[in-house]
Ligand binder design. Structure first.
Ligand SMILES: C[S@@+](CC[C@H](N)C(=O)[O-])C[C@H]1O[C@@H](n2cnc3c(N)ncnc32)[C@H](O)[C@@H]1O
Length: 178
């Protein structure tokens, strides 16, 4: 008889036979999450996960220039969640076109996502995903001619205390936050 279904792999058949099919499924999922996080966290390429953010940043600066140019003087940009810092780098570079007196604040754990409160397993949102350490972020920004003198990084998981410390600093009232 010719089988019309796709043949099961040897390992699958074995797991099914000994009643470990769901364990095998969980194991496969775990491995794919580990691979996914490893690929994201270990790649040396300086990039953003949100290319459209760059368009949004440019439009926001243009909007301010056209409608409220005074907000660009002594203004600031706040970004919560940096990954490799590419969007922050981009914002710093483009801010030079619009204001000589501008500060860019970046907030991140630099250890990836925190433990999730959602009980559903979602490969893109596992704790530790998107981890990139602060030194690498700063090096990448500087290597691509970003001006670190205009950038302030704050390390830590988001909390009232973390932001309270930052607000104690002289954060300008004119800010663009993403
Ligand atoms: C999806 S990535 C951000 C993508 C980035 N804006 C870009 O353009 O590529 C999420 C980032 O937010 C950080 N992050 C997420 N939740 C956080 C939290 N509660 N506290 C601190 N950092 C957090 C992670 O460490 C990670 O760097």
């Amino acid at each position: 008889m010719i089988a019309h279904t796709y043949p099961l792999s040897g390992a699958k058949v074995l797991f099914k036979l000994i009643g470990l099919k769901s364990l095998a499924h969980k194991l496969r999922k775990k491995i794919s999450v580990i691979r996914h996080n490893h690929m994201l966290n270990e790649t040396k390429i300086f990039h953003t996960l949100s290319p459209n953010l760059l368009i949004g940043i440019t439009r926001a600066f243009r909007h301010l220039e056209k409608n409220a140019p005074h907000l660009l003087e002594n203004g600031s940009y706040l970004e919560f969640g940096l990954f490799k810092g590419f969007a922050l780098w981009f914002a710093e570079r483009i801010s030079q076109e619009f204001s000589k007196d501008f500060t860019l604040y970046g907030f991140d754990s630099f250890a990836g996502l925190p433990k999730t409160l959602i009980d559903k397993e979602e490969p893109n949102w596992t704790p530790g995903a998107y981890a990139c350490n602060q030194e690498t972020v700063m090096n990448d920004i500087q290597t691509s001619q970003g001006d670190l003198n205009r950038i302030r990084l704050t390390k830590g998981f988001f909390s009232k205390e973390l932001f309270a410390n930052v607000l104690k600093e002289n954060l300008s009232k004119n800010h663009l936050s993403l």
